[in-house]
Design a protein around this ligand. Structure first.
Ligand SMILES: *Cc1c(COP(=O)(O)O)cnc(C)c1O
Length: 452
């Protein structure tokens, strides 16, 4: 399979190069040249084991690895997940299901993409014989998952910027307590957007990028999108037969990566009905659905910090398909958006998507409500998925993080502090971080001093 840029000015590339490039050279995002149909034998009556399903799915897109190699890659990526099934589906009422995506090493769904990426980076180092310096910004979970995917791996140093004091203590510990010398967590006085702007500026400097062999781990990597599509199929296959009509997935959303993964596999023939884009109070996507205008806002820190974004970077992929794969149009819309911070997207509501918005009070209410109605504890991100649920048909709400990552919010809502063994163990470990001033120059200097 070849991958093309949403902006149409870059050469098509194969799976491995799309992974290694991250962003296409024209500034667009890679998408598969065409979306293959899901093989019908994938949707057999019983759920395949996760690795087998992952293999069936990824082989549709990855023509760079032979079978054995791909099987090995998948085993190494998902072998650490604690449940026998990596993404178990819990039924909490007649037609409400919760897809638990928090059984990976950092207890959030981002492990699905970043474990795979970690192993691909290792392969890139072997293939090229060159070291890599990974640079990223995180609002909490991405950085932790990237670090878990790369900690201790040879030939790679990892630099992750995060907004100091704006991620949870345990998220911070997942980054700062690895004890590995190739990991550099960098707290910055500022917002996630400040961190992301610095990373964008440095990665956008071709000389620096070449000199330090910089690579990105943000949510625009197509490998993450593909890896996440797998669990939508897995979820569907775990539904009881009587719940397989009119299925709605509800996806707590920030950068639009996770919900795009689901929407994409729906285009490939997964027989579900529609998707709800559940936002927190940083609601650029919700406003888009309400008004038809996509316009960036300023970030207001919320109790679902991994969804605190100003723009939803993966939205460009959706726009490309909404434009019926017209890359010229996507290019000009994105240029318009870059210039004006806002674009109109007419007829937006025609695409099996709708949106909800959940402020911090509603997050607390939803945690309470889910506990009372279903005797289940959801984390603050997942709580956004329970906003305005109309339970007339089957709902699958994606549980994107383990509640024990956010004990303060949960305690405030229901008076109990959830715990989890791996997180408890972190509390006893030494934290190591590398505070750097909130400026691209300062971060560049730090990179030059510490890059591999
Ligand atoms: C990253 C994240 C989200 C948002 O996912 P996107 O792919 O950015 O839309 C939601 N919940 C949690 C816990 C996350 O870590």
């Amino acid at each position: 399979m070849e991958f093309v840029s949403t902006r149409g000015l870059s050469e098509p590339v194969g799976f491995f190069d799309a992974f290694a490039n991250g962003l296409a050279p024209d500034g667009g995002l890679y998408v598969p040249k065409h979306l293959p149909l899901l093989p019908s034998d994938l949707l057999v009556d019983e759920a395949l084991p996760y690795p087998a399903l992952a293999w069936d799915f990824l082989s549709l897109f990855d023509s760079d690895h032979d079978s054995d190699h791909l099987i090995d890659l998948i085993d190494r990526s998902y072998g650490d997940f604690s449940e026998e099934m990596s993404a178990p589906l819990q039924q909490v009422s007649d037609n409400t299901f919760i897809l638990e995506l928090f059984h990976g090493p950092t207890l959030a769904f981002k492990d699905f993409g970043l474990q795979l990426m970690g192993n691909l980076f290792e392969e890139q180092i072997e293939r090229t014989g060159e070291t890599i310096n990974v640079l990223g910004a995180t609002s909490g979970d991405t950085g932790a998952a990237a670090i878990a995917g790369l900690a201790g791996k040879k030939g790679v140093n990892v630099f992750i910027l995060y907004p100091k004091g704006r991620i949870s203590d345990l998220q911070e510990r997942q980054m700062t307590c690895t004890g590995e010398s190739n990991i550099f967590p960098i707290p910055v006085e500022g917002t996630f957007d400040d961190c992301q702007a610095i990373v964008k500026e440095l990665l956008g400097d071709p000389d620096l990028k070449n000199k330090l062999r910089l690579s990105a781990v943000n949510s625009i990597n197509i490998v993450r999108i593909l890896a996440q599509s797998i669990y939508y199929v897995h979820a569907y296959m775990q539904l009881p037969q009587e719940n397989r009509d009119d299925v709605r997935f509800v996806v707590p959303t920030g950068n639009f990566g996770n919900v795009f993964s689901g929407w994409m596999v729906h285009q490939m023939g997964l027989p579900v009905d529609d998707f709800v884009v559940a936002t927190n109070k940083n609601d650029i996507l919700y406003r888009l659905f309400e008004t038809g205008t996509y316009s960036s806002g300023s970030v207001d820190p919320s109790s679902a910090p991994s969804m605190d974004i100003q723009v939803a970077s993966n939205f460009e992929r959706f726009l490309y398909y909404h434009n019926e794969k017209n890359a010229d149009k996507t290019l000009s819309q994105m240029a318009d958006f870059a210039a004006n911070g806002s674009i109109n997207v007419p007829e937006f509501n025609s695409s099996n998507l709708s949106a909800t918005r959940c402020d911090d009070d509603e997050i607390l209410e939803n945690i309470r409500k889910v506990k009372e109605e279903f005797n289940y504890v959801v984390d603050p991100h997942t709580a956004c998925g329970f906003q305005d649920l109309d339970l007339a048909s089957t709902h699958v709400v994606l549980a994107t993080a383990h509640p024990a990552k956010f004990p303060d919010v949960i305690e405030k809502a229901i008076g109990e502090r959830p715990t989890e063994d791996s997180l408890e163990a972190l509390k006893k470990k030494k934290q190591v971080s590398f505070p750097v001033e909130n400026s691209a120059e300062a971060v560049q200097k730090f990179l030059e001093d510490n890059a591999l």
